[in-house]
Design a protein around this ligand. Structure first.
Ligand SMILES: Nc1nc2c(ncn2[C@@H]2O[C@H](COP(=O)(O)OP(=O)(O)OP(=O)(O)O)[C@@H](O)[C@H]2O)c(=O)[nH]1
Ligand SMILES: [Mg+2]
Length: 245
């Protein structure tokens, strides 16, 4: 029956980088089950970054970019000989499992969960020039998500969820800003990770060690995966500074 596995030979085009983008399935429900803080829950965001660290250790990507329940993984070296089905299935499986593992390790009561947690996954092949534009777009989505999230929960003080969504649809960015400002929320003063998302990438860190020959403590510089909670706005300079880009 091998001949029926018609997608198994599907491969990523040569000479492109790829982003694997994963998204939590039905996390609206999961947020309710875990009683996450609205619109942003730091503990949930932290668990998402732990998934990012697991991805870093397993697949050595250039960058992992996270906001809400979305994880973007920029890979320079394409794994599994570029086989699309293999990459998509392994990444979504790995991420679902890592998320559940980290959630439970962080004292989350598993009885709160109504069932298994899953992430979907898709592959986006990109030329090097398109990478910056791709991540700028995702960061704009993070910003929109932030505005909408605060505006939605502000409207929910007075309206049903259906009505709040209906009002939200009609509001332009300026109206959203005004709505939040009138409620005393200064959107530009919200934590950076809520407005711009979180990044994980390798950078130089100082590591303390002991030199047995010279019998003294030494500080050396190592590249280590680092969680950036205060990302800048994405631009070429950020990507040119990344290892392996
Ligand atoms: N309360 C709370 N909810 C969050 C947080 N981060 C993500 N979410 C929830 O996750 C959802 C993510 O949006 P979507 O991916 O569009 O919705 P989804 O329910 O996961 O639906 P599918 O991805 O289509 O399966 C948001 O609508 C929120 O309900 C958080 O920090 N706090
Ligand atoms: Mg989702």
């Amino acid at each position: 029956m091998k001949e029926c596995e018609i997608y198994s030979d599907l491969k990523i085009p040569c000479s492109s980088k790829i982003v694997v983008r994963a998204d939590g399935r039905n996390f609206h429900r999961l947020a309710r089950e875990l009683a996450l803080e609205k619109p942003y829950d730091k503990n949930f965001a932290s668990i998402m970054t732990m998934v990012g660290i697991d991805i870093f250790q397993e697949f050595s990507p250039i960058l992992v970019y996270i906001f809400s329940d979305e994880i973007n993984i920029l890979l320079g070296e394409i794994p599994f000989a570029g086989r699309v089905e293999k990459i998509d299935s392994v990444f979504s499986g790995f991420i679902s499992s890592s998320f559940t593992h980290n959630l439970l390790m962080n004292n989350q009561d598993h009885e709160q969960l109504s069932g298994p947690i899953s992430f979907d996954s898709r592959i986006v092949p990109l030329s090097t020039e398109m990478v910056v534009r791709y991540f700028q777009k995702r960061q704009s989505a993070a910003w929109r998500n932030c505005l909408n999230g605060y505006a939605y929960w502000t409207l929910r003080d007075e309206h049903s969820s259906q009505k709040a969504v209906q009002i939200l649809r009609k509001l332009k960015i300026k109206d959203l800003n005004d709505l939040l400002f009138n409620k005393g929320i200064k959107i530009s003063e919200l934590p950076s990770w809520q407005r711009r998302g979180m990044g994980i990438y390798r950078r130089d860190v100082e590591v303390a060690g002991f030199n047995p020959v010279e019998q003294k403590n030494v500080i050396s510089i190592r590249k280590k995966a680092f969680i950036d909670w205060k990302l800048p706005r994405f631009g070429s300079d950020f990507f040119e500074g990344l290892e392996k880009f």
